[in-house]
Design a protein around this ligand. Structure first.
Ligand code: ADP
Ligand code: F6P
Length: 324
């Protein structure tokens, strides 16, 4: 039997992502439209446990659509990974009259949401991560902005790399996922992409390709390296020593996670946030909102967490074909 909710909470958790504010705005305004009260929980699960809970109304989310980051702040919270922390979190929800929560974050945050659902607090997850590494969804909030930010930065590095006829290793975010790296590989016309899902550590093969490219008259060599592989600076030193071609490393870092969200991130995040609030209003729990096959859908949290996502092999093969 669906449990009726009267007051919902909303929190952002894990790494922030541009577009999270659009999702928060949509959750708040949709919930109000459905006759629900809304509370903002600051700093993810950490703020839940420390009871940093504020009332929100329609104006609390005015003028935030275009801002990067998250107005609710975000955090990682070890305490919430323990059964005691989760019990305490559920108890605090009851104390504040919160009977449903929208959790905007990644897989880790959804694990926490699943635990709260099992303890009787209705929860809905919204995929928010620049890494695009949520298996049940073809879209995650922030990826579009992050990949465009990285692409523009790489274009700039490419200009100077060409002028100096250098090789450039450019490190993009993605500890476990190579989607930003692969997309920049395509969008920036890079010579190589090193993806956590694919890289076999064969640096000699990489060096051979650089030498071959130079023989074929290429003025620069752009190699996009994902953060999960890392070591870009030492890699650059070794490549320069082995090829005799001046090589520089650029680590793009946190700039990829900030900035004003793209139109796509604002729109998708708004729709997902609204869908999440509607699911709570319908009494649903333990679901993740997703975008799949051109439609907004939702999955059971445990089912969503059991799904796997990999770099599509055909896309990787096309990338390699286009650089040769
Ligand atoms: P993301 O949500 O982006 O994957 P994390 O993996 O850092 O980011 O998770 C964010 C937070 O979610 C953690 O700091 C923790 O509070 C909570 N969390 C992660 N894993 C679990 C788990 N297995 N059980 C309960 N809470 C979890
Ligand atoms: O937001 C995703 C991500 O940027 C990953 O690519 C990276 O591994 C992680 O967050 C790093 O985040 P932090 O340094 O904040 O822990």
């Amino acid at each position: 039997m669906a449990k009726a909710v009267k007051t919902i909470g909303v929190l952002t958790s894990g790494g922030d992502a541009p577009g999270m504010n659009a999702a928060i705005r949509a959750v708040v305004r949709t919930a109000i439209h459905q006759g629900l009260k809304v509370k903002g929980i600051m700093r993810g699960y950490a703020g839940l446990l420390s009871e940093e809970i504020v009332d929100m109304d329609s104006t609390s989310v005015s003028d935030i659509m275009h801002r990067g980051g998250t107005i609710l702040y975000t955090a990682r919270c070890m305490e919430f990974t323990t059964p005691e922390g989760q019990e305490q979190g559920a108890e605090i929800c009851r104390k504040h009259g919160i009977d449903g929560i929208v959790v905007i974050g990644g897989d880790g945050s959804f694990r926490g949401a699943g635990k709260l659902a099992a303890l009787g607090v209705n929860t809905i997850g919204v995929p928010g991560t620049i890494d695009l590494d949520i298996a049940c969804s073809e879209y995650t909030i922030g990826f579009d902005t992050a990949v465009n930010t990285a692409m523009e930065a790489i274009d700039k590095v490419r200009d100077t790399s060409t002028s100096h006829e250098r090789c450039s290793i450019i490190e993009v975010m993605g500890r476990n996922a190579g989607f930003i790296a692969l997309w920049c590989g395509f969008a920036n016309g890079a010579e190589d992409v090193l993806l956590p899902e694919r890289y076999d550590g064969n640096e000699q093969a990489l060096i051979n390709r650089i030498i071959d490219n130079r023989k074929r008259g290429k003025k620069h060599n752009i190699i996009i390296n994902a953060e999960g592989i890392g070591h870009s600076t030492s890699m650059a030193r070794r490549i320069e020593a082995a090829t005799g071609i001046e090589t520089r490393a650029t680590i793009l870092g946190y700039m990829q996670r900030g900035g004003t969200p793209t139109c796509k991130d604002r729109v998708y995040a708004s729709i997902m946030g609204a869908k999440a609030a509607m699911l709570l209003a319908e009494g649903k729990s333990n679901r993740v909102v997703a975008y799949k096959n051109g439609a907004y859908v939702d999955f059971d949290i445990q089912e969503a967490l059991s799904m796997k996502k990999d770099i599509p092999e055909d896309q990787y093969e096309i990338f390699k074909m286009l650089v040769r």
